[in-house]
Write a protein that binds this ligand. Sequence first.
Ligand code: 5GP
Length: 219
Amino acid sequence: MSNSRGVAAGRRGQLFIVSAPSGTGKTTLVERLVQVVPNLKMSRSYTSRTARTGEQDGVDYNFISRERFESMVRGNEFLEWADVFGNYYGTCSADTERDLTAGQDVVLVIDVQGARQVRSRGIETIGIFVLPPSAATLEQRLRGRSKDSEEQIGRRLDVARREVDEFERYEYVVINDEVDAAVDRLRAIILAERGRVRAMRSAAQDVIKTFAEESGPAA
Ligand code: 5GP
């Protein structure tokens, strides 16, 4: 049966991956997305980087030490993890599994290396690659947010140049030209994926059963 959230009851959640070069605005987009799509949760990663001003432990990330991170790697606790700009970032397998089992759809906002690892585990994912409208716009955004030094901006742009070539490994591409429009496109993707036969099979079968029950010989 389908519930009021438009999600088939009793089903396992779907795993979405959103990747984009740093500065494309993917976190803002996904934060907005989860507000407008019910039953969709943004995964909270673990990182060894220090919190920026305004960031909160347990909200933006789980901020942990490098030692703790390395011990979680040794304990095989990550679904994927990567070294991004000299800091570790990872998605906890148990957290993700708990949400998917509870029927919750989950979005991982992870870099292209992490996305490759999740796919290589044979896990079914729906990947969305977010692109900036152009390299120049990305550079402007990186400068505008003034979080980084010139050197860091240069490094982020170099990495971005390599990352954008990965877009064909994803199922969808969204160009973040305008936030509201990009969120609408992301929402459309999630809703369309929820309507796929593989996501709706068990709900559809429940409906089909009612046809068998009600069919009798015509009088
Ligand atoms: P930031 O430090 O700006 O929050 O994130 C830097 C980069 O790390 C972003 O490209 C972001 O997508 C990536 N990232 C954040 N969490 C994870 C994670 O759990 N796994 C991987 N592989 N990348 C992540």
